[in-house]
Design a binder for this molecule. Sequence first.
Ligand SMILES: *Cc1c(COP(=O)(O)O)cnc(C)c1O
Length: 395
Amino acid sequence: MDQDSESIFLKALEGIAQQGLKKEESIITSPQDAQIKVFGQSMLNLCSNNYLGLANHPKIIEAAASGLNARGYGMASVRFICGTQDLHQALEARISQFLKCDDTILYSSCFDANTGLFETLINEEDAILSDTLNHASIIDGIRLCKAKRFRYRHLDMSDLECLLKEAVKYRLRMVATDGVFSMDGEIAPLAKICDLAEKYKAIVMVDDSHATGIMGEGGRGSIEHCGVLGRVDLVTSTLGKAMGGASGGFTSGRKPMIDLLRQGSRPYLFSNTIPPMIAAAATKAFELVAEGDDLRARLWENTAFFRKGLEELGFIIKHGIHPIIPILIGDPDLANKMSRALFEAGLYAVAFSFPVVPEGQDRIRVQMSAAHAKADLTEALEKFEAIGKSLQIIE
Ligand SMILES: *Cc1c(COP(=O)(O)O)cnc(C)c1O
């Protein structure tokens, strides 16, 4: 690389650092769990998506090991050449049964599921209506497709209805939304979205990455929580959060659309799928979630306990029910200071500032897990109190 080229990249990096946006990675030297070792120091982990504690669960590890032993390490092929094992089909069937959908297609991530969805199913004759705060992978997926784009204001159903009216002239309309929005833990008004979709004949697509396995009576996600199982046409989700936390994603839904994705979705056709051990372990994860609600019960108990505790201490948290708990600080330096003080006290929770969240909404985002012990959370609240007082965030 010549010096002029190099200086362009170095300048871009400098710009990121100057704006205070440089992301640093903390090195973990333990399995992902409630207690982790960060830079050698033992910490209570308050910021993973390990909602059910399956990332280091003995039954999941056992299932992964047996998948590894029975079907080897990798596929060395995409699905349609020689990359489909019985384990992949079993997982797809398991997910379809769980979500009460016709069929399911696996991807190596939910990011891939989303980027491979829109351009395969809709084109320039169609319209896509998307919540402004949808996940980056939905935004990128929509960028790749030629449909006319409409962005409705975050969670704003009257805006969505206006745009649906405008979009009646297109062949198809598709509404795309996150089931749960990750920065605030807000749940999309899916019943209302389905009502509007029926009124204006639109297809509904929900990305349930932060809800699959945890929300709803049976853990089927925000689609179950909102009572719209069977009314939502397409669900995408990840295996990288509650469902074991390794990697992988999927799209479930109506048969013709899943069939079409299998024929034409580029991340599916041109990229390997998940390895056998993950297929085996994820199948086990869906089994555990379907059979028992004890992990889910513990997660929701921990969530209610921690939300109530923080509020009683005087912290301003975004209201809601989800295990994502945003603690609003309102100033980027103060949020960083708080995150550092928490770290020194053995609590791992990351600060988020603009542009990840709107200006003035700087925050510490904590996430609950079924793996957290009540005693650890009680101790954590005591530390939050001491640190909040010393930084004058609470009185
Ligand atoms: C985490 C997340 C993804 C990405 O999932 P991966 O499987 O890690 O690619 C996609 N959409 C939403 C809403 C997410 O929260």
